[in-house]
Design a protein around this ligand. Structure first.
Ligand code: FAD
Length: 421
């Protein structure tokens, strides 16, 4: 079929969501992507600073439990030649010690008094008739009822409060689907008795590009696509069956991967009078501040930092994911992560409190990184999705669907939309 007979689809945004769905649709449709920034990638964008790779947000690694997503992914990338399979080696920095993760498997690192309390509570919670995770009224109740008060106060509450900046009782359960920690009593007992050596433990793994980190993913997925950079879309008009996007006419369908809170301003004629736009516009999100550093050598992938002595909540050892990430530096590199906006000078002060003799290289603040739900959010988003779908506009991705998605979930959602279209 010649291109002029194909339906025209506009995809707004070139993060992993927009680029994945574009690849799924490009054979069947004429696809155009619009990106407001001068570089593709959204949250998974990386820069190279003085030869060192900087994940501007997080330190993105790939894995998926969904076979369809996994197969799709490996049909676009060469697992053997382009990726490392890396061992997950997460640890927790607590009471000035680095201990194993998850915390409940390493109780022997704590005082006898704490261990006694945790065991007592785990036995009590284990003997309760179990509710399914979504039967708990909120995240706090779920954690207390599954791990007990002591572990909740020691680790789960401070760590999660640092990330979300909100009371855990205000966090509804369905939002965290697929992300919930679950205690496994047998594993807890075994691990606490046997104290296995690190290299004998069964680890899960993840995949990481040999070069350019997650920027490699978007660069490869963008090959051969029609992408317009520096095009912030702010006006979507429907004229009969066709759409005009910022003056560009003739689109049959739109896939929007930007922030759903902005849509009422871009396409108000489609949503006005059909739903509560103020509720949509006032959804809450959180930002992330990152500082790229040199660090003393170790074999960690992540270090979680629950306590309040520092504002940092995690160090991601991106220099251990691929040696190329360290560029020409003789020391390894990592990213220290903070929730919300933390000024550069304040971050520098925090570095002294963290392990590894961290020295700064570069930093970034991303105002929008975590979506936050309240008890009405799911319903609100489903309503917006249904109204817009009838109009030929599909919402896709972390901020358009307002979901706590990882990259694999974005790809899974892109597959659903591609099948629907
Ligand atoms: C700290 C952190 C760590 C993470 N770690 C991992 C990990 O290790 N593994 C993993 O799988 N996932 C991870 N994630 C999740 C992952 O980052 C997201 O799921 C994914 O990047 C979201 O992609 P997206 O395309 O939906 O959104 P985005 O990446 O936000 O892309 C949206 C794009 O749309 C553009 N845009 C928005 N509005 C407009 C407009 N009006 N006009 C034109 N363009 C527009 C934006 O500029 C952006 O490029 C992490 C997230 C965070 C915050």
């Amino acid at each position: 079929m010649a291109n002029r007979h194909k339906l025209k689809i506009a995809i707004i945004g070139t993060g992993i969501s927009g680029l994945s769905v574009a690849n799924m649709l490009k054979e069947r449709y004429e696809v155009t992507l619009f990106e407001q920034k001068d570089k593709i990638g959204g949250l998974i964008k990386c820069d190279t600073i003085d030869s060192v790779l900087f994940h501007r947000v997080g330190g993105h690694v790939f894995n998926s439990r969904n076979k369809g997503v996994f197969d799709w992914f490996w049909s676009h990338f060469d697992k053997e030649n382009e990726f490392y399979q890396v061992k997950r080696n997460a640890k927790i920095f607590i009471y000035n010690k680095i201990i194993g993760y998850p915390i409940e498997n390493y109780l022997y690192n704590f005082d006898k008094d704490i261990i006694k309390r945790v065991i007592h509570e785990l036995i009590l919670t284990g003997s309760d008739k179990k509710l399914s995770p979504f039967e708990y009224p909120n995240f706090e109740e779920f954690l207390k009822n599954n791990f007990g008060e002591t572990l909740y106060n020691l680790y789960f509450n401070p760590y999660n409060r640092k990330i979300w900046g909100t009371e855990l009782k205000s966090i509804p359960m369905p939002w965290l689907e697929g992300k919930l920690p679950m205690p496994n009593l047998e594993e807890i007992i075994l691990s606490n008795i046997v104290h296995e050596e690190e290299d004998k433990m069964v680890h899960s793994t993840f995949y990481y590009p040999k070069k350019n980190g997650s920027q490699f993913l978007v660069d490869k997925l963008s090959e051969g696509l029609n992408i317009r950079l520096n095009r912030k879309i702010s006006n979507i008009l429907k004229d009969g069956e066709k759409y005009t996007i910022d003056g560009e006419t003739g689109f049959d369908k739109i896939i929007y991967t930007g922030d759903v809170r902005n849509l009422p301003d871009y396409a108000d004629n489609l949503l006005t009078s059909k739903m509560d736009l103020n509720a949509l516009k006032s959804l809450k999100s959180n930002g992330t501040s990152n500082i790229l550093c040199e660090t003393d050598s170790n074999s960690l992938s992540w270090l979680y930092i629950p306590e309040d002595f520092t504002k940092a909540h995690r160090i991601i050892y991106t220099g251990n994911f691929s040696p190329a990430n360290n560029g020409t530096r003789s020391r390894k590199t990592c990213v220290a992560e903070f929730s919300g906006k933390v000024e550069y000078d304040d971050m520098i002060k925090e570095l002294n409190k963290l392990p590894g003799n961290l020295t700064p290289i570069s930093y970034n603040y991303e105002p929008n990184s975590y979506v936050i739900h309240d008890f009405q959010t799911k319903e609100l988003i489903n309503e917006a999705k249904a109204i817009l779908k009838d109009e030929g506009i599909h919402l896709l991705g972390r901020f358009a669907e307002w979901e706590y998605y990882n990259m694999d979930k974005c790809i899974e959602s892109a597959m659903k939309i591609s099948a629907e279209i």
